[in-house]
Design a protein around this ligand. Structure first.
Ligand SMILES: Nc1ncnc2c1ncn2[C@@H]1O[C@H](COP(=O)(O)OP(=O)(O)OP(=O)(O)O)[C@@H](O)[C@H]1O
Length: 369
């Protein structure tokens, strides 16, 4: 057996039980291919599993399964597909449709990680495959803090690829049984390893967008299958009608493109009024706000706090981390809080996640109200 890979050694987590297999989630892409190949090369018993999420669509669910099966055949390791279409339908598609219909912009990826990938995959791996751990090709790091006895989530070494934002909703149990073999390396190193291992997935292009969007062309086209058009007015803040739309679900706070109204200065979506079925637009400065409420909090690297906490926060994936004070709700300090930004923020969007950090360490996150 070769020494533990860097990610596992540096995580100072309790020792892994090497007699049980590690179940690796495979999308058919290069990242998960390298994750399984490197664990396998280091002598860990591995099983590849693809969750079948959508009918015949999506990177993972058409050619992805074939690529993953071929990879496991080449490595000589077991491979399985788990039909997860029902849980994906109820937890992601229904969640998106309900959210967009209610005038918010839900974030499917963190919900998918918690409710579709990590929860069910771990449960299946433990109950049916005799495994104790799962692994994925996510770029993030898990460390065990023996003083606080908590599993901590850290940003990936490769900041451009860092996916910790999408993982903020994982539980301590998920983190305790998950490995991220790519967290300590760059994407360029992953690609080099894919060539070294001679993986046929080495040259596969990077996914550019949400898997649902890649499968359907755009979010608008995806939603059109579920939400019928409903014409309404586009108004300015004084209520003056500037134009018309085909459904508020096609708009998101802070959106500029696609409003279709000529004006002296660029117009942005400021609010979506479901009662009046109106899209309210205005100048960019009006789309900034100094604070927001956050609900459904999940505390990751530290236990819930009951006092104001200075943090840096991201209000969307890849947005610049910005200083803020998190003020727990006095009545529900564990699940609700207010974020007061040091500088007003543009495009604070209900339904998206606010995720707060202490430097590289992800402390927690929640859904913007
Ligand atoms: N359908 C799936 N079944 C099992 N695991 C999956 C599936 N889709 C994604 N994963 C796991 O989640 C990780 C992150 O998924 P994401 O969609 O962000 O893909 P990615 O960063 O493009 O990675 P990859 O190159 O492996 O596709 C993947 O590396 C893989 O381990």
């Amino acid at each position: 057996m070769s020494p533990l890979p860097a990610t596992l050694a540096s995580s100072s987590r309790p020792a892994l039980d090497l007699t049980t297999p590690i179940v690796v989630g495979l999308s058919g892409g290069v990242d998960s291919s390298v994750a399984i190949a490197s664990l396998h090369q280091q002598g860990y018993p591995v099983i590849g599993v693809t969750l079948w999420l959508m009918k015949g669509k999506g990177q993972c669910c058409s050619e992805g399964m074939v690529d993953a099966a071929r990879l496991c055949e080449e490595l000589g390791v077991p491979y399985q597909v788990v039909d997860s279409r029902e849980v994906f339908q109820t937890q992601i598609i229904d969640y998106l449709v309900a959210g967009y219909s209610a005038g918010i912009t839900p974030l499917p990826c963190s919900q998918c990680n918690r409710m579709v990938k990590f929860g069910p995959l771990l449960a299946y791996a433990q109950a049916s495959l005799g495994a104790n751990h799962i692994a994925t090709g996510h770029y993030a790091r898990i460390r065990y803090n023996s003083t606080t006895e908590r599993y901590e989530l850290w940003r990936a070494v490769d900041r451009k690829k860092d996916q910790s934002y999408f993982l903020y909703d994982l539980t301590q149990d998920h983190l305790a049984h998950t490995l991220f073999p790519l967290g300590e390396q760059t994407k360029a190193e992953t690609r080099a390893m894919a060539s070294q291992f001679n993986l046929h997935t080495a040259s596969k292009p990077e996914s550019q967008d949400l898997c649902l969007v890649e499968a359907h062309g755009s979010m608008r086209e995806f939603l059109a299958q579920y939400i019928p058009p409903q014409s309404g007015e586009i108004v300015d803040q004084s209520g003056q009608v500037l134009g018309y739309h085909e459904g508020i679900h096609n708009y998101t706070i802070g959106q500029r493109k696609g409003i279709g109204i000529a004006a002296a200065e660029p117009l942005y979506v400021l609010a979506l009024d479901t009662t009046r079925n109106q899209v309210i637009v205005g100048p960019r400065t009006q789309a900034e706000q100094g604070e927001c409420n956050v609900q459904r909090l999940n505390w990751v690297s530290i236990p819930p706090v009951d006092h104001p906490l200075d943090v840096t926060v991201q209000i969307r994936y890849q947005s610049q981390p910005t200083p803020a004070t998190l003020i727990p709700d006095p009545d529900n300090p564990i699940t609700q809080a207010k974020l007061v930004f040091a500088e007003p923020q543009f495009g604070v969007t209900p339904g998206q996640a606010a995720v707060w950090y202490d430097g590289e360490r992800l402390l927690g996150g929640g859904i913007i109200e």
